[in-house]
Ligand binder design. Structure first.
Ligand code: AMP
Length: 249
């Protein structure tokens, strides 16, 4: 079974992001970039499926600038077999990425596509669902357990009221939640081996798609600084302040 995993290059989760002086976006100069944490979980799940003998090949794909090769090499070091970069310097939105992934699904014909549930830079939580709509494949989002059984995949999902298990016919799309697994670290020998694994560059036009955005960012602003809180002595004082100072009740 071929598994396709989508990985996004994002600002590392330890970095405190700064807005550019001209408010055109987030400052990426000299900022540490990493694989989106939910995508690391997606790669780990695919590698575990391969180790169990369920997956035969893992293809990782990123849509984005040439720098995303770094995250693809990391995925190769973690156990993916080959990588594809759909190279684009456009401001990408989820639909453009989902269309690029759909074109790749048509080309590669994977039985399972694993994505993160969301990218920590935009927090969109859209791409997997959009890809499911474009391909017509079944979707199991926010997976905390994935079990392939014959021509089906059982996905246990985290929902507000607890856990729900859905049985999807393959080919299917799964998006990963935090508790699905704990990703491994790449070992030095595997990092070295990954340098020799194939990484293909596919311009969007070769895939017959455009990644041009239909959304334009007008202005990016940092959230307002929070003022310090206060302690009240009684419920009556709290109610009085909510009523007369904050004017929220
Ligand atoms: P989002 O819908 O943007 O929150 O992203 C959800 C998931 O879609 C990510 O965890 C990735 O698996 C995938 N994804 C989003 N953007 C990209 C991208 N530019 N390249 C590859 N995969 C992506």
């Amino acid at each position: 079974m071929k598994v396709l995993v989508a990985v996004k290059r994002v600002v590392d989760y330890n970095v405190k992001v700064r807005v550019k002086a001209d408010h055109s976006g987030v400052d990426l100069a000299n900022v540490k970039m990493s694989m989106n944490p939910f995508c690391e979980i997606a790669v780990e799940e695919a590698v575990r499926l391969k180790e169990k003998g369920v997956a035969s090949e893992i293809v990782v794909v990123s849509v984005g600038p040439s720098g995303a090769q770094e995250q693809l090499r990391t995925a190769l070091a973690l156990g993916a077999d080959r990588a594809v970069l759909v190279e684009s310097n456009d401001e990408l939105n989820s639909l453009a990425v989902a269309k690029a992934l759909k074109a790749l699904v048509d080309k590669e014909q994977p039985q399972l596509v694993i994505l993160g549930k969301q990218a920590i830079d935009s927090d969109n939580n859209q791409t997997g669902q959009m890809l499911a709509a474009l391909t017509g494949y079944a979707q199991g989002t926010f997976a905390s357990r994935v079990e392939v059984a014959g021509s089906k995949v059982n996905v246990t999902r985290e929902i507000d009221g607890g856990l729900q298990t859905v049985a999807l016919n393959l080919p299917a799309i799964v998006t990963t939640d935090l508790r699905l697994n704990e990703p491994r670290y790449a070992s030095l020998p595997n990092i070295m081996k990954a340098k020799k694994k194939p990484l293909e560059f596919l311009p969007p036009d070769v895939l017959g798609i455009s990644t041009a955005s239909t959304v334009k960012t007008l202005k990016v602003e940092a959230p307002a600084a929070r003022s310090a809180g206060i302690k009240v002595k009684s419920v009556a004082e709290l109610v009085e302040k909510l009523k007369n100072e904050a004017k929220v009740i």
